[in-house]
Ligand binder design. Sequence first.
Ligand SMILES: [Zn+2]
Length: 280
Amino acid sequence: MQTRSVVLACSVRGCGQPLLPSQDRRSWRCARSHCFDVARSGYLNLLQPNERRSRAPGDSEETVAARRRWMKSGRSAPLIEAVRERTLRLGLGRESAVLDVGCGEGTLLGSLQMEFGFEAYGVDISQPAIDAAARRWTDCGWIVANADIALPFQSGSLDLVLSITARRHPQEFARVLKAGGHVLYAVPAEDDQVELRERLHGEAYQIDRLPALIEAMAGFELVESARCRWQNTLDRESYEDLLSTAYRGARDAQRARLERSASMVITSSYQLALFRKQLT
Ligand SMILES: [Zn+2]
């Protein structure tokens, strides 16, 4: 775990002091002596005990493995390419700092960092996800934290926040971004996984619509919105991987209804929205 220009913030409630590494780089400490050990794989766990809703919050090891197989199979490549294109257009390079909120097992951020060389941080509440990310991409900073509560960065330190099918916290995004910094969202569109929802007919499905997103982003202007849509033909194994990542909370009855077929075509569809933090 290393930082270049970004300064981390202590996650103890009400503290927020800068966190600095010890000489041997095995722990990070603030001026009030709150101390966090670096994990063997190199990530930093800043999650406070009172910030977890369960003993092991976020994705389990099995879900992380399914997600990584899914990413490795290239079935999310159009979304990764859409994010990559926009990162390129923003002109981000070695001097820039990027945060991926809800980064999961890290394939998106890790591959972008390799290409662009920026200072990169991935935050997720799942320890297995962050551990997998830290083992694979050692040039990024990986942090376990609850982004719904606070982001462990000093104010005004980042150029881009990615929230790719992840959490939204506009006030925190605005705080950690530099003036003129950007937020890129990808949220599921109405027809995302429509084939699965047809099987679950009658089940309520929450869609993140663009107008609601724009309304939530006070202090930002919408720079661009676009659709990213493609289809995958799934074999049995990748279909299982999709179910265990997208429907991990599903009840047995739902799973049974979903698990009927051996192979099928599934639509992936996302609304992309790029916002810029206003200068004043
Ligand atoms: Zn502290």
